[in-house]
Design a protein around this ligand. Structure first.
Ligand SMILES: Cc1ncc(COP(=O)(O)O)c(C=O)c1O
Length: 484
């Protein structure tokens, strides 16, 4: 049956429901905003009256049979998936549902180490075992790349009992692996392919962009509609191919998901899907043109390096997402995080993130040329005002982990708190990461080395926002208490 992508069943259902002026003796208790004037003035009446709960005319996210089910079918059609699930717990919940649907305690999952914390969190939850494929590192950029095909194949051959391979498509910086070939090899060995597409929503709609998870034949994909897709923060899609049992996936989702699905988030997913299905090609052509324009201007300033497809090497950088405006800053003698802080504090420009060597400006559906001109102007001025020698700057970001125990065993084992300086040689019982990008520097179960502690201290000193530890100051680490 032909799907009508210009319809938006959840939005239409809510609009119809509101015309009936139903008297609410159900939750939410603010009763269309009347019970909290200050909040209603802040958010607006139009927003508050749409903050409704599940009921027969509006369906139920945990067991969709009417408008949410219709909206999910439309989303599946728009993304070329067999099934789509509306998610209200961020792409974190989509990633967790992917991992929990395809692995359980003791199962092996093959993955790159430069994954988002939500992936390793899933392993803490279900007790699966990570088999890391080292991403190669570009030494100039100091960023982890994609997975080389040979390395994935080796991990598969060495671990034939693994259940799935997880792939970033793309990484935060825009780097893509050879997803289609990875799918071929994994499927030939009876393994599922899970794709973290937190930064790849636009791959499903734009022309000349890297291949999307579903188009490459992957089994599941976690898609951050709220990032490049334009829906409200925290809304996300989980996609599944024909190989997956969607009834089982729904049960997995319901292990963690709220029973009070938020209709503002749901309708934003529905309307954003409609917009991208109807206008996505045009939107992402504009986004790519804007990013190209800014890249050229930034490269003309000197010392900065805004990279693009020229870094493609046919393997660990199989493709590059040209909508990502990633810029190496080290040649002006400043860490990415320092440029990120200067842009916000001195120029009122907020970037997506800055790390040790790079900044990333997220270019998307809502951006304008004049804003990019402001960014280019500010970067030029920062170079003029602050340029210094780059001696002493660290550029290497990837530190190969030594996995000593499963993330779950480590997280739940008896732990003691030690000062950073005393941690080398011990096994971490918790995460440490800079956020964003949220890629763990240390995950539970990994050996703590001097190099890692040095990196944590350097990142803190440069001003990275560090998180993951029980100690809010990141001066102590919880390590496994090994009783001899
Ligand atoms: C690669 C990757 N996966 C998953 C997520 C989780 O997304 P969310 O913040 O929507 O939970 C993020 C968040 O930045 C991410 O970068």
């Amino acid at each position: 049956m032909e799907l009508n992508q210009s319809s938006a069943p959840i939005q239409e259902g809510i609009a119809k429901f509101l015309t009936r002026r139903v008297v609410p003796f159900d939750v939410p208790g603010h009763k269309r905003g009347r019970g909290n004037r200050e909040l209603t003035e802040f958010l607006g009446r139009y927003c508050m009256e749409k903050d409704v709960n599940s009921m027969k005319p509006l369906d139920n996210l945990c067991h969709p049979v009417s408008i949410i089910a219709e909206a999910e079918k439309l989303a599946a059609g728009a993304f070329g998936a067999a099934a789509a699930f509306f998610m209200v717990g961020g792409t974190t919940s989509s990633v967790q549902a992917m991992v929990l649907s395809s692995t359980k305690r003791g199962d092996k999952l093959i993955l790159p180490r430069n994954v988002h914390r939500s992936v390793i969190n899933s392993l803490v939850l279900n007790g699966a075992i990570p088999i890391y494929v080292d991403p190669s590192v570009d030494n100039r950029l100091g960023i982890s790349l994609g997975m080389a095909l040979g390395a994935v194949e080796k991990a598969i051959l060495d671990n034939p009992e693994a259940k799935a391979v997880l792939v970033n498509n793309p990484t935060y910086y825009g780097v893509c692996s050879n997803l289609k070939e990875i799918v071929k090899i994994a499927h030939a060995h009876d393994m599922k392919v899970l794709v973290d597409e937190a930064h790849g929503t636009h791959f499903y709609f734009g022309d000349d962009l890297p291949i999307s998870g579903m188009a490459a034949g992957a089994d599941m994909a976690a898609v951050s509609m709220h990032k490049s897709g334009g829906s409200l923060t925290q809304s996300s899609f989980l996609l599944a191919g024909t190989s997956m049992n969607s009834g089982y996936i729904r049960q997995i989702i319901n292990l963690n998901q709220t029973t009070s699905g938020n209709y503002l988030l749901l309708s934003s997913l529905d309307l954003s899907r409609k917009k991208l299905a109807l206008e996505g090609k045009k939107i992402f052509k504009k986004v790519a043109d804007l990013a190209d324009y800014a890249r050229e201007e930034i490269n003309n300033i000197g010392d900065y390096y805004a990279y693009s497809k020229e870094i493609i090497n046919g393997d660990s950088i199989y493709d590059f997402d040209i909508t990502k405006l990633s810029v190496l800053t080290l040649d002006i003698g400043l860490a990415g995080i320092e440029v990120y802080d200067l842009l916000r504090d001195d120029y009122d420009i907020q970037l997506e993130f800055g790390d040790i060597g790079n900044i990333l400006a997220y270019i998307s559906v809502g951006d304008r040329e004049q804003d990019l001109e402001r960014l280019v102007g500010a970067l030029s001025e920062i170079r003029r005002r602050f340029k210094k020698s780059r001696v002493g700057m660290i550029s290497q970001e990837y530190i190969r982990p030594k996995v000593m125990s499963s993330p779950q065993d480590a997280f739940y084992s008896e732990k003691i708190s030690v000062a950073l300086a005393d941690a080398p040689g011990k096994i971490s019982g918790e995460f440490v990461m800079c956020y964003p990008p949220g890629i763990p520097v240390l995950a539970p179960g990994e050996l703590i080395t001097k190099e890692i502690i040095q990196y944590i201290k350097y990142a803190k000193e440069k001003g990275c926002f560090m998180t993951g530890t029980e100690d809010m100051e990141i001066e102590k680490l919880n390590v496994i208490n090994i009783i001899n």
